[in-house]
Write a protein that binds this ligand. Sequence first.
Ligand SMILES: *[C@@H]1O[C@H](CO)[C@@H](O)[C@H](O)[C@H]1NC(C)=O
Ligand SMILES: *[C@@H]1O[C@H](CO)[C@@H](O)[C@H](O)[C@H]1NC(C)=O
Ligand SMILES: *[C@@H]1O[C@H](CO)[C@@H](O)[C@H](O)[C@H]1NC(C)=O
Ligand SMILES: *[C@@H]1O[C@H](CO)[C@@H](O)[C@H](O)[C@H]1NC(C)=O
Ligand SMILES: *[C@@H]1O[C@H](CO)[C@@H](O)[C@H](O)[C@H]1NC(C)=O
Ligand SMILES: *[C@@H]1O[C@H](CO)[C@@H](O)[C@H](O)[C@H]1NC(C)=O
Ligand SMILES: *[C@@H]1O[C@H](CO)[C@@H](O)[C@H](O)[C@H]1NC(C)=O
Length: 925
Amino acid sequence: MAAPTLQILCNLLLLLLLLPFLTVTVTADDAAFMSKLAEALTPTPSGWSGSSFCDWKGVKCSANRVTSISLASQKLTGTLPTDLNSLSQLTSLSLQNNALSGALPSLANLSMLQTVFLDGNNFTSVPEGCFQGLTSLQTLSLTDSVNLSPWTIPSELTQSSNLAKLDLGNTNLVGSIPDVFGSFVSLQELRLSYNNLTGALPKSFAGSSITNLWLNNQKGSGLSGSIDVLSEMIHLSQVWLQKNQFTGPIPDLSNCTSLFDLQLRDNQLTGLVPPSLISLPSLQNVSLDNNVLQGPVPSFGKGVQFTLDGINSFCRKDVGPCDARVTTLLDVAKGFGYPLKLATSWTGNDPCGEWSFVVCAEGKIITVNLAKQNLTGTISPAFANLTDLRNLYLNGNNLEGPIPGDLTNLAQLEVLDVSNNNLSGDVPKFPSKVRFNATGNDLLGRSGGGGGGGTTPSNGSGDAPSGSPNAGSSGSSLSPAWIAGIIVIAVFFVAVVVFVFCKCHAKNRHGKFGRVNNRENGKGEVKIDMMSVTNSNGYGGVPSELQSQGSERSDLHVFEGGNATISIQVLRQVTNSFSENNILGRGGFGVVYKGELHDGTQIAVKRMESVATGSKGLNEFQAEIAVLTKVRHRHLVALLGYCINGNERLLVYEYMPQGTLTQHLFDWRDNGCAPLTWKQRVAIALDVARGVEYLHSLAQQSFIHRDLKPSNILLGDDMRAKVADFGLVKNAPDGKYSVETRLAGTFGYLAPEYAATGRVTTKVDVYAFGVVLMELITGRRALDDTVPDEKSHLVSWFRRVLINKENIPKAIDQTLDPDEETMESIYKVAELAGHCTAREPYQRPDMGHSVNVLVPLVEQWKPTSHEEEEGYGIDLHMSLPQALQRWQANEGTSTMFDMSISQTQSSIPAKPSGFADSFDSMDCR
Ligand SMILES: *[C@@H]1O[C@H](CO)[C@@H](O)[C@H](O)[C@H]1NC(C)=O
Ligand SMILES: *[C@@H]1O[C@H](CO)[C@@H](O)[C@H](O)[C@H]1NC(C)=O
Ligand SMILES: *[C@@H]1O[C@H](CO)[C@@H](O)[C@H](O)[C@H]1NC(C)=O
Ligand SMILES: *[C@@H]1O[C@H](CO)[C@@H](O)[C@H](O)[C@H]1NC(C)=O
Ligand SMILES: *[C@@H]1O[C@H](CO)[C@@H](O)[C@H](O)[C@H]1NC(C)=O
Ligand SMILES: *[C@@H]1O[C@H](CO)[C@@H](O)[C@H](O)[C@H]1NC(C)=O
Ligand SMILES: *[C@@H]1O[C@H](CO)[C@@H](O)[C@H](O)[C@H]1NC(C)=O
């Protein structure tokens, strides 16, 4: 009696919760819209005829629903029909570089939509709420829509928590940049250049994963305020802030270790160029001209291209130290946050020349009068170095903090007026001859007053101005959008639970609901995956993203910023004339050499011989490489440049010291390495998933790797992984290798539909990724001739293992010896591997899903036992807080992994491998 009631209840609940989706998927028909669209466009796109719109050129369907429309650069005019968002299964919309006009149709509620390219059209307006509910959105580009009526950055984009690229350059945006970047945990590129934006940089930039920040050339008064927040955007690689109104000093960017391009010209920046900027390892390109920068002219390293002329307030024209008085006064100005009015007046190397606020006698500074100048910040102890000072007026400002005790050392001091400020702390005892006025400072001299407000600047380091917005932990209060998001997540969570519960229930009882669901299987599953994406980003995602990137060493952008071609002479030189001793590996595409630049930067040079390729092949190669050199992701091996030398083509890559995953996963004994721990394996899996996900979501053209396998996964010294050789497969030299080989990738990793038809989709990579996961779990190669036939094809065998969870422990790599928690993690990865290697491409998840499954496995790891802690290199002599701090700093990164690698020095020479077309060197320390 109870059971049927329960089941009915279940069905009802589920129906209620999933009703919106079911109705949409069942009732919608895209035919009507598509014929409307065809009519709206002039000329009718080529290949858009016949009644079956799924066969139209550039249209992709799944189950007769449109999933993708691609009509870039076809000179189309017309206005898009307003009900575009009836295409509820749409994942990709590419209409860039046409002349479409009129209002942009709303994209609201297209929850599957991932990539949107509408740039380079003639749209006139963006409707309200246009981007609502785009929960899967990864890329949005509207760049160069010059005729849009003024609009503001749409706040509803916060619902797109997977957004990786936001391109709204030159689109007539007005207003300020909203402080919502905590919502975009994956955002890497933000382009808002050539708009009319004003206001300050949002605090939530801090801790974001943005790598490319383009806010340059605002057309109106421009962005303003300090750029301090940059110091906490540690993933930055390219920053364009030129032509704005930013003020204050350049912050300490020493944590932005990947920064290679910093454009700050044409602002109002003040203060000294920080030494930390000059010593930034990856910096290549800096512009500082037309600011009001002070102090000595910075001297950048040889490899750095820089401009700093125009108006600036450096003390000298040439490189060299400033006059001691200038140095002291700049320290004083630092206490006030280098205010603009001091920077514009205090130029040159002689304070007794024409500097405002300073009075000298015989070349000695006797008076500094900064009364009523709206100064904020603190009184710098550096005043004590103006040993001839008699009069110091600082009254009538907004200064905070204490009166430095060092001022009592000023032997000549007669007047010290600090009245009417906000000073606090103790009052130093001045000699009686000093006329000292400190009235109008309510907090001053209060017993215990220091506890209240006082930042106590330590000697000689005038603290950052307390008035400047200091982006620390943002005490974010919940906005309505957030609440809505949380509710949506909660509802879905319930839906999923009910779904799973009911499904299990139905299965047991052979209820009919189970069959209905099977019918809807594909879609239902996608929905759930999508929600789990939102889910994990909402919680675990944020810190993980940050920390996993913390490990990033200085990325080499050796040739970035200019032409990507490199002369053969240079390559000869750096590789010892392609000496045998420099060979890292050999493979299908040629030989890989190690090279070392003058500054010690190591590179890998892949030398490919190409047989008889006409100029067409050459052009293609160059075009392709031009794109590839722009691809930058921390989990993709960077292509730094290339060289064409007769029939040879040479590609220059960043060098990965730990070689390939193959070497560490299968050949570790030969190489004298320790076997990979499970933690390292999951971390590697996550890195690979992130790299490939990025490839799949690239803007200009989605790359499909096609040959993902351990020998194409390279490791850094921190044992974090980068994917190599993406985009290269189709660039293999013509003639030498058969079409089949090139298409086929590598046996063992080939998705069945790819092997059968040669048809390539991103799901081909997902399949190969699934195989790599299986290899990580089992420590066995995808194809292994050394074992009995029924086990030799890893995928078939492992999928059989997966049928019963109890089989898994017997199948895993012998070196793992997992505890319970590890085993749970292994189960999850095993399940993912099964999912990724599903027979039908549509049953496989996309890479984003894999990232989301793996993120919590990598990040939530806590050392559980003592042995393990030792393995993590935690020094037991450290105090617990220290250890914790260190552990947190290392979490998700890999310094800790370094420790678990065997300490034995290996003297195995770089081993040329017959198969790995990748770098083959390693250095197991
Ligand atoms: C999107 O969905 C929400 C909730 O289902 C609905 O209120 C809103 O009207 C929809 N927007 C559009 C433009 O269809
Ligand atoms: C864009 O639209 C404006 C009118 O809104 C028109 O004057 C202009 O010619 C159009 N430009 C292009 C390139 O179609
Ligand atoms: C920028 O916007 C302001 C108001 O928001 C407007 O007054 C100004 O004319 C705009 N400037 C340009 C160049 O569009
Ligand atoms: C750089 O990061 C470290 C570790 O997170 C932190 O302690 C330090 O204050 C940061 N430096 C700057 C200049 O922000
Ligand atoms: C200080 O600020 C006030 C209001 O912002 C302004 O009226 C005054 O001119 C400023 N004083 C100086 C000396 O800049
Ligand atoms: C004063 O000058 C000396 C030497 O020039 C320097 O070492 C010291 O740091 C300065 N003190 C302050 C507070 O700036
Ligand atoms: C101290 O400064 C206040 C405000 O500037 C002024 O009114 C007062 O007369 C001064 N006191 C003395 C003793 O100079």
